[in-house]
Ligand binder design. Structure first.
Ligand code: ATP
Ligand code: MG
Length: 403
């Protein structure tokens, strides 16, 4: 059976909460291993049969001295889960060795060979000895195992400052040796920071905003507004696909899909064209808040970034949120488009986001939108639209999809 060693991220800082956070992390990992993921479907290697993917993966997770150990036969499933797990700063696949100097040295030489096979020519050894009865201390482990690797493998030299690879030794209840440490997503386990309702468009920004809040430990629900038949079924599917990708990081997302055609038509018919975007945003926020209160989400999350588009000036943001009481979290507010795109690429949403299906916001969008909306004027216009019943109707007719 394979073993993975997990390093906890910020959890080490959280003193009293640590036990709770550890148990949430463990529960999340086991649930992720049981859950068929969007990424699994998209990226499973050809030898993984559909039936195998759907079968729950048998895994055992133990915690000892601040370390998590995962034991499981299904390497692919574990690597998928760990690469999506919030709250770990890193992990490595390894196996428990007999606690003798010979076994540890032999394993270091094995790892040295693997580094060479990957074309790496410099290395260093890092060692930790929790079990003080082991005959070598960490300095002794580094120097003796380092020498053993140098003697056994040609073409590898030591570079302690900028090594091409690091061989790690940990002497605990067993000995562990590995050179394949992977970086984790860090942050906090999903479920330790309440729930938020993400306003999810089909664009680049809002999926990234959802990911960032999940990385702070927040559970995510999502709401999407469409204007069918002005927006297409493909646009709807695109948002479901995005919710699935983000859902892989946060144990799934319940996506609420709400038809806003009548609301948009009312705005178009009764308000000055330059105001239509801001008024639509206000209506979306009002509807999203009603939904959030119903499903017990504690805040709204949006993908707005200051000055990115006309609706995102500080004045227009004030108008947008002026009718609601729940906090609106905007994790991207100070982040530029280039960085957001890079993040979208890393988390795997970018390719889906750039599919060319229209969002309902671009329908009837004015050529010259109001740039610095006045809050009182916005509210007077908004009230004259009498959107309340239309919003309630849209909410009542909405559907929800588990992503
Ligand atoms: P995104 O890339 O997330 O679509 P954007 O840069 O296109 O953002 P806007 O279209 O102004 O910016 O949208 C700002 C935010 O409003 C979005 O990030 C999202 O949170 C929310 N939003 C926009 N359209 C919708 C929609 N159809 N359904 C739900 N939320 C939406
Ligand atoms: Mg958009």
């Amino acid at each position: 059976m394979n073993t993975w060693l997990l390093k906890l991220g910020e959890l080490t800082l959280k003193g009293g909460n640590r036990k709770t956070f550890e148990s949430v992390l463990k529960r999340n990992l086991l649930r992720m291993l049981d859950r068929p993921s969007a990424t699994n479907e998209n990226a499973a290697p050809p030898d993984v049969q559909a039936a195998d993917k759907a079968a729950p993966v048998k895994a055992r997770v133990e915690t000892r001295n601040g370390r998590f150990y995962v034991h499981c036969d299904d390497e692919y499933a574990v690597e998928q889960a760990l690469s999506h797990l919030m709250g770990i700063s890193g992990w490595a696949k390894t196996r428990g060795l007999e606690k003798t100097v010979e076994a540890v040295m032999a394993a270091c030489i094995e790892e040295g060979k693997k580094l060479r096979e990957r074309g790496i020519s410099t290395f260093k050894i890092e060692a930790r000895r929790t079990d003080k009865s082991f005959p070598l201390d960490s300095w002794g482990l580094r120097s003796q195992c380092g020498q053993a690797v140098l003697d056994a493998i040609s073409g590898l030299t030591v570079d302690v400052h900028k090594p091409g690879g690091i061989i790690q030794i940990e002497i605990r209840e067993k000995a562990y040796v590995y050179s394949n440490a992977q970086k984790g997503l860090g942050g906090l386990p999903v479920g330790t920071a309440g729930r938020g309702l993400l306003l999810l468009s089909g664009g680049i920004d809002s999926p990234v905003a959802g990911f960032l809040m999940a990385n702070r430990g927040m559970g995510i629900d999502a709401v999407h507004f469409h204007a069918y038949p002005y927006t297409s079924l493909e646009a709807r599917q695109k948002v479901i696909d995005l919710a699935k990708i983000v859902g892989d990081y946060c144990l799934g997302i319940r996506l609420y899909i709400i038809g806003f055609t009548r609301v948009q038509m009312r705005i178009k018919e009764r308000s000055p064209l330059p105001w239509s975007t801001v008024l639509l945003r206000m209506a979306m926020m009002e509807c999203a808040e009603k939904l959030a209160l119903k499903i017990k989400s504690k805040c709204l999350i949006s993908g707005e970034s200051l000055s990115q588009v006309a609706s995102q000036t500080v004045e227009n943001l004030s108008c947008t949120q002026s009718r609601i009481k729940l906090p609106v979290l905007r994790p991207l507010i100070g982040i530029g488009k280039e960085s957001i795109i890079r993040k979208a690429e890393t988390i795997g949403t970018y390719e889906t986001s750039i599919q060319p299906y229209e969002d309902c916001c671009v329908l009837f969008s004015p050529p010259h939108p109001v740039l610095r909306g006045d809050v009182s004027e916005a509210n007077a216009l908004y009230e004259s639209l009498e959107l309340g019943p239309l919003i309630d109707e849209a909410l009542g007719e909405g559907e929800s999809v588990r992503c």
